[in-house]
Write a protein that binds this ligand. Structure first.
Ligand SMILES: O=C(O)[C@H](O)[C@H](O)COP(=O)(O)O
Ligand SMILES: [Mg+2]
Length: 306
């Protein structure tokens, strides 16, 4: 069935009445870079007035869940708690803790990425090195780097979005990945992410560089569409009913696939991020289409209040 566009009041009312919980992707849905998207605050306030449950599920690993509460507040989206937020940095901590043989008391983690990964891994007991260490901002000098030779206690590389990517970070991470006994885990695989008015290379593109250069297999992906985060959502909120949940996202191969694979009641694709309307007619991408779509999330508020 073709996706239904939310472009009039009746369609929006029927859409809202179909679900009691909305899971929101962040980049490209709520904001784009430093730019809050139109009528997002108003739409979230409307959902609250309608007693809908709102959760946030982001593949952006640069921040911890606690850090994200500050980002929401800085955008004027108040009263979002750490417990409402599920990030790929959090999902990666769950993965290392519950799905690997790593021992936090002795196995260190080399981080290619930002402080969100470090904080979430440290919260489950892991020691991390690399990541936001300012010494990595120094130009690469194989004679002077304090990070090589590799630390033999490092047993896993976690790779995420690193907006401070440089040759120093790439060289050290590569040298850890050369040892096939060192595990390799990705926070997410998004190839791009929006930073209005431009697009930007994303975590997946950076990880592809590391995977290609090191000759490693593609690492397990902890972010959407992996169901790890959705499992964490339903563990935290066992009262939720999948058929009454709607996933709202801007990317077909992560957000919408995540909702479909998770057997959620519906998915809303918004065209304010990485996808445009052609993805709904040119099906060469091979992905299943969402139940609903809209130009932007704020259209829910705009049409509902007409
Ligand atoms: O890792 C990336 O490329 C970006 O952080 C990712 O695309 C943004 O995540 P989202 O909030 O859209 O899930
Ligand atoms: Mg997004």
């Amino acid at each position: 069935m073709s996706p239904i566009k939310l472009d009039d009041k009746q369609t929006v009312v029927e859409f809202l009445n179909s679900f009691d919980t909305f899971l929101f992707d962040c980049d490209g849905v709520l904001w784009s870079g430093t730019h809050l998207l139109p009528n997002v605050i108003e739409t979230l306030a409307l959902l609250k007035k309608l007693n809908k449950k709102v959760l946030f599920v982001t593949n952006n690993s640069t921040k911890s869940r606690q850090d994200y509460t500050k980002k929401f507040s800085n955008f004027g989206i108040d009263n979002v708690t750490k417990e409402q937020i599920f990030s790929s940095s959090f999902a990666t901590a769950i993965y290392l803790k519950n799905f690997t043989n790593l021992d936090p008391s002795k196995d260190k983690i080399w981080v290619f990425g930002e402080s969100g990964i470090e904080k979430e891994l440290q919260e489950v007991g892991f020691s991390t090195i690399g990541g936001s260490d300012a010494r990595l901002d120094e130009p690469w000098d194989q004679q002077k780097t304090p990070f090589l030779p590799v630390d033999p206690e490092v047993k896993c590389v976690v790779a995420g979005l690193d907006t401070k990517i440089n040759f120093h970070r790439l060289c050290v991470t590569y040298n850890y990945l050369r040892d096939k006994d060192v595990q390799y885990v990705a926070t997410n695989i998004d190839t791009t992410f929006p930073g209005k008015p431009y697009m930007q290379p994303g975590c997946g593109s950076m990880i592809n560089l590391l995977t290609t250069s090191s000759g490693r297999e593609e690492p397990p992906n902890c972010g959407k569409p992996s169901q790890l985060m959705l499992d964490a959502v339903f563990k935290a909120y066992p009262e939720l009913k999948r058929e009454k949940c709607c996933m709202v996202g801007d990317r077909l191969n992560t957000d919408i696939k995540f909702g479909i694979d998770g057997k959620l009641g519906g998915q809303l694709l918004v065209l304010s991020g990485v996808e445009n309307e052609s993805c709904l007619t040119d099906l060469s991408h091979g992905f299943i289409l969402p139940t609903f779509y809209a130009d932007k999330l704020g259209d829910v508020y705009e049409h509902y209040t007409k």
